[in-house]
Design a protein around this ligand. Structure first.
Ligand code: 4NP
Length: 161
């Protein structure tokens, strides 16, 4: 069984959305994957996703209301085969927990979208509803590409380490 951890800064906007969308896609594909999300920051530990993320997810038929934020741990690098970050600052921040040697592959979510490798899913926290809609669109494209990569065994594409 493969395993995927989505990571952003607060674990209330982008990564819970990615978790919810990817869970739905993996479930529809009949795949039994370990799927979770975490933040590098500690401000929102135990909190439900941002109401704007919950709303955009619900508009697209995805229920993320039951998710609760947690902070990344060093154990995550051994528990998960794939650690999927949203932007370069997340990639920098996770180094604080990253063991010197580990097997997890770290990628940006958009590495899995043709033509968008290396690009960020921008932080919508200080934005409006239209920013959350754009976040959803990017997250959805990334989740679809990631699923294709896992099913096809092509997950080493992009910036895998
Ligand atoms: P996220 O968005 O990283 O997509 O969950 C943010 C949520 C909260 C904060 C920053 C980004 N914050 O500063 O509290």
């Amino acid at each position: 069984m493969s395993s995927v951890l989505f990571v952003c800064l607060g674990n209330i906007c982008r990564s819970p959305l990615a978790e919810g969308v990817f869970r739905q896609l993996a479930g529809a594909a009949g795949l039994d994957l370990l799927i979770d999300s975490a933040g590098t920051g500690d401000w929102h530990i135990g909190h439900a996703p941002d109401p704007r993320s919950q709303a955009v997810a619900a508009r697209h038929g995805v229920d993320i209301s039951g998710l609760r934020a947690r902070q990344l741990t060093a154990d995550d690098f051994s528990r998960f085969a794939h650690i999927i970050v949203m932007d370069d600052s997340n990639r920098e921040n996770i180094r604080a927990w990253e063991p010197e040697r580990h097997e997890a592959r770290v990628n940006l979510l958009l590495d899995f979208v043709p033509g968008r490798a290396g690009e960020a899913v921008p932080d919508p926290y200080y934005g409006g509803p239209e920013d959350f809609e754009e976040t959803y669109r990017l997250v959805r494209a990334g989740a679809e590409g990631l699923l294709r990569a896992i099913v096809g065994g092509g997950v080493a594409a992009g910036q895998a380490e």
